[in-house]
Design a protein around this ligand. Structure first.
Ligand SMILES: Nc1ncnc2c1ncn2[C@@H]1O[C@H](COP(=O)(O)OP(=O)(O)OP(=O)(O)O)[C@@H](O)[C@H]1O
Length: 612
């Protein structure tokens, strides 16, 4: 399944139901168990030990009752050999019951310790891998998926593993073993009762599974989809809180969220009611089993085929089994709920990144920074019409080039192809003669520094944000980069200087300050290729002068691509490439292009001069 196979709106994606078969999710978990064989063995050994103790308990209890009921001599009676043997046997049974109790305790402890290690090891590995996979999903996937819902899906799925492990290994495995073991033991004593119990247990398991998968699971799945929706809606509104407040739209957002919460409540209530109905039906069935088994035992006693010991055994066993069956019913529902909660996490593991690294990546060798687009055709996923058809373009190493053109003409896309955020549909992109599809993406991107239109900063310190391009940079190097980016003056004015936390996405800084931090990052990256994405479009003249001054310094001795709407900022560059609807229409210096009478560039330039 390719993540880009269909481009849906964010709402469609968030609202859609993921339908991964139950067995696939359980298979996913079992494979994770097998990754840790010794922890799994330790857990199961404990489970078997405790279960065997449970199965043997009614046998010993039955024999004890038998001994006691045969010991008919009152006080002062002659203690003969037979009585002594009965007393010895009773003492043995009592000792056996104590030992079984201790074995059960030890087995349970060992299984709990084993499963704690096993589950946490699996949760840790899954959390690591899921995060790594999500980070590598395409730009489109991230654009189409709410961050809040992604976090919700992953955390919900990871916690569901805990429930699933506990329920399957600690509860269902012993329950099935006890049911099987007891049926066998009973069949040995009374084939009729053994057969009745065996048939009943199979029917009960079938009923539980059918009720769970056919009756409860569909509504639980829908409830989960609404739960994801709720997380997404909350995260969206909280992230855009500044916009909400600016428009005084708090009530509107609350109403919007209220609708989602109402939808979630309806689906969740339906799931809970169905869960209760299912549990009641199972309880009714197990009550029927109890009546049947006790009735059968009494009937056998009437026939003289069962003594008090047999009746005691059957009663102990029936109460034990009824408890197990009631639990089994609940546990099957619990497994189903956990499986539903894991479906979206498993989907993350099934989705392949749209852009994969080559199996054997070449070593990247970018020195000069010459960029070449050869016969490039590119079509956005889900779009019918290609943006570029047979695009041929060479940007000389060390040259400073501007991409110009109306909105939507394909300027930004060109830089995305250069970073390999998308693969070209046809043709190839070369840097210093090397096909960028043959190298590791992270290597390629480390050699291209980007100063985006709206730099996004982490909610970390300024020093950490600047050093993001080179985490090994010393404080001196960070300060030097900030100075070159004209950022040191504003940073030093802050009370905590370089140790100031910048707020989520950098909200505590102004646009110009954020841009200078981004430029400082690019200085530290020291990459041979530099991309400016309309870096000065939203700044006041003082900030713009500072940013431009820093930009000029940064451009020295690098291959530079500037995406610009404000043409005044690019007149002095070596070459202007003018795009229109994905086509490279004009190519030359500012002087050459303004000289073209009916040229696109000249028209744009004149329009902007008039505005100026
Ligand atoms: N992820 C996407 N999926 C589908 N189409 C897209 C995607 N991103 C961009 N486009 C389309 O591709 C075309 C080129 O977009 P691009 O962002 O390259 O234009 P641009 O010249 O940089 O525009 P602007 O100056 O407004 O930023 C536009 O028609 C845009 O709608």
């Amino acid at each position: 399944m390719s993540e880009d196979s269909s481009v849906l709106s964010a709402q469609q994606r968030e609202g859609r139901k993921i339908d991964i078969p139950f067995t696939e999710v359980v298979g996913f978990v079992v494979r994770r168990w097998l990754d840790h064989p010794s922890l799994l063995a330790k857990t199961l050994a404990g489970v078997f030990m405790a279960t065997l103790a449970d199965i043997a308990t009614p046998v010993l209890a039955g024999r004890l009752v038998n001994d006691i009921s045969q010991h008919t001599a009152g006080p002062g009676a002659v203690v003969d050999k037979a009585l002594l043997a009965l007393r010895d046997d009773a003492t043995l049974m009592v000792t056996g019951l104590i030992v079984l109790g201790l074995v059960g305790l030890f087995g349970r402890r060992s299984s709990y310790i084993g499963i704690s290690h096993l589950t946490l090891a699996i949760m840790q590995r899954i959390a690591d891998t899921a995060f790594a996979r999500v980070q590598r999903f395409s730009t489109d996937w991230h654009a189409n998926t709410f961050a809040g819902s992604t976090v919700r899906r992953l955390t919900r799925g990871i916690w569901a593993i805990d429930t699933l492990d506990d329920t399957l290994l600690l509860l269902i495995v012993p329950e099935v073993l006890v049911l099987l073991g007891t049926t066998v033991v009973l069949a040995v004593r009374s084939p009729l009762m053994g057969a009745a119990l065996g048939i009943f247990v199979v029917l009960f398991a079938w009923l539980s599974i059918v009720l769970t998968l056919r009756y409860v699971a569909p509504t639980a799945r829908a409830a989960n989809a609404w739960d994801t929706k709720m997380g997404a809606a909350m995260a969206d509104a909280v992230t855009c809180n500044a916009v909400v407040r600016a428009f005084g739209a708090e009530a509107r957002e609350e109403k919007r969220l209220h609708r989602v919460i109402r939808g979630w409540r309806g689906r969740t209530l339906q799931t809970w009611i169905r869960g209760t109905n299912s549990a009641n039906l199972q309880a009714l069935a197990s009550l029927g089993m109890r009546m049947l088994m006790i009735g059968l035992a009494v009937w056998l006693w009437w026939q003289g085929k069962a003594g008090p010991g047999d009746i005691a055994y059957v009663l102990t066993m029936v109460f034990l089994i009824q408890g197990y069956l009631r639990d089994l019913g609940q546990q099957v529902s619990q497994v189903q709920r956990a499986v539903n909660e894991m479906e979206e996490l498993v989907a993350v593991f099934q989705r392949e990144p749209a852009i994969a690294d080559p199996v054997k990546p070449e070593a990247l060798n970018i020195k000069r920074g010459e960029i070449r687009f050869e016969h490039v055709r590119f079509c956005y996923p889900g779009q019918k019409k290609a943006l570029y058809e047979n695009l041929d373009l060479t940007i000389q190493a060390g040259s400073r080039v501007a991409l110009v053109g109306p909105s939507g003409s394909g300027k930004t896309t060109l830089t995305k192809l250069l970073q390999r955020l998308y693969d070209v549909t046809d043709g190839r992109v070369l840097v210093d003669g090397q096909n960028i599809a043959h190298v590791r993406q992270s290597d390629l991107r480390a050699r291209i520094a980007i100063v985006p239109q709206e730099p996004i900063l982490f909610h970390r310190t300024l020093a950490e944000n600047i050093a993001y391009a080179r985490p090994s940079a010393s404080r001196e190097e960070i300060e030097q980069a900030a100075a070159q980016a004209n950022a040191s003056s504003f940073i030093e004015r802050l009370p905590e200087g370089y140790d100031t936390m910048v707020g989520e996405r950098g909200v505590k800084l102004s646009g110009g300050e954020r841009q200078r931090v981004a430029i400082a990052r690019a200085f530290l990256a020291d990459a041979p290729i530099l991309v400016f994405d309309e870096a000065t479009s939203s700044l006041d003249s003082e900030s713009e002068a500072q940013v431009q001054d820093a930009m000029r310094r940064l451009m020295k001795d690098r291959t530079v691509i500037v995406i610009a709407h404000r043409l005044s900022t690019v007149v002095e560059l070596d070459r202007l490439l003018v795009f229109s609807q994905g086509e490279l229409r004009e190519d030359g210096t500012h002087a050459e292009l303004v000289a073209q009478e009916s040229g696109i560039y000249r028209r744009l330039y004149e329009l902007q001069s008039l505005e100026g």
